[in-house]
Design a protein around this ligand. Sequence first.
Ligand code: ADP
Ligand code: MG
Length: 404
Amino acid sequence: MAKLTVSDLDLEGKKVLMRVDFNVPIKDGVIGDDNRIQAALPTIKFVLDHKGKAILFSHLGRIKKEEDKKGLSLRPVAERLSNLLNKPVTFVPVTEGKQLEDAINKLENGNVLLVENTRYEDVVNGEYVKRESGNDPKLGEYWASLGDEYINDAFGTAHRQHASNVGIAEAMHKSGKPVAAGFLMEKEIQFLGEAVNNPQRPFVAILGGAKVSDKIGVIDNLLSKADKIIIGGGMTYTFYAAKGIKVGDSLVEKDKIDVAKSILEKGGDKIVLPVDNIVAKSFNNDAEHKVVEGDIDDGWMALDIGPKSIDNFEKVLKDAKTVVWNGPMGVFEMSNFAQGTLKVGEFLGSLTDATTIVGGGDSTAAVKQLGVADKLTHISTGGGASLQYLEGKTLPGIAAIDNK
Ligand code: ADP
Ligand code: MG
């Protein structure tokens, strides 16, 4: 179902409450990677260009005790945002009360204000009460009372039920105020949602990463939806064990061998496994390594897929119209074991006729690090949220947005 979006709203002169994802790495007050701030700019600019008053909310890190607050202020983010927008950003160092209300009332059309870290509400008077991350309805109601419209552009937290994404939205509904998706959120819903629920076929899923246990939900859901499922990465070897192929010292989840068996039975020839692997003497980039087909001897561990597997995968992928990729094909963090992930990424980049989507925290990091991200259709911004989407779950943050 199509969701209401920021472009459906009448923004001029409105107090526009916006949930963005400014959960950026900050060390000693210095922002590392500001990707997430950059990613939020289109929706913020749109609101400002349309003369809305943008009131921004975000969480940053985790706050469990009073001392945690010090290093997790959003103040440095306000400064960076101001540079990026090339205009002043009013930073309000509190999350409720007169100071915040006055600042909002003073805000002029086309101007922007950033509220302090929403998770400051998790610790009140030194007590860990989780008002924000436990979705205290009173807090959502209070925040909702501060504005006329609410926009959620924080896909990365959509799988969580917080006061700043779900409670506030529900309170807006109750008072008849609109709840819309921002452009980032809209894009995620469009690409991940379409791919999973209404894919152009053939639809091929590529699943890798470390463990079967992390991905059972994803495999289960995609098993009934995809035309082919390519398996790679660390989870391969639990499937090998299920098939009676020797795994040597590779990563195997013994307690998931039965699950792997039943997936193989259900999936039949839908499932494509690697036929060869790069095996190493130890978990180390400089370890002695070689390519082996089939059985892996003791004393060797598989850290990447081999060249024949890459060829096979490319044959499966070449006619695909939709590809969803979660989980690297090998230990891409080590250059000697990054080829599988790199080659698969490059091949996806060459498919001009397909929609290619990457979801998952490490997968996103991998395609960026290996320089193939730009050639793919959509790189999801939410690690956990995109996984839950691929599992077919309803994300509370998305469910709380108005339908059109
Ligand atoms: P995502 O975060 O995208 O969902 P995962 O967390 O499931 O991905 O998996 C990423 C991790 O899997 C990476 O750190 C990578 O090194 C690891 N990995 C991939 N292949 C192997 C392998 N053969 N053996 C051990 N670890 C692996
Ligand atoms: Mg991960």
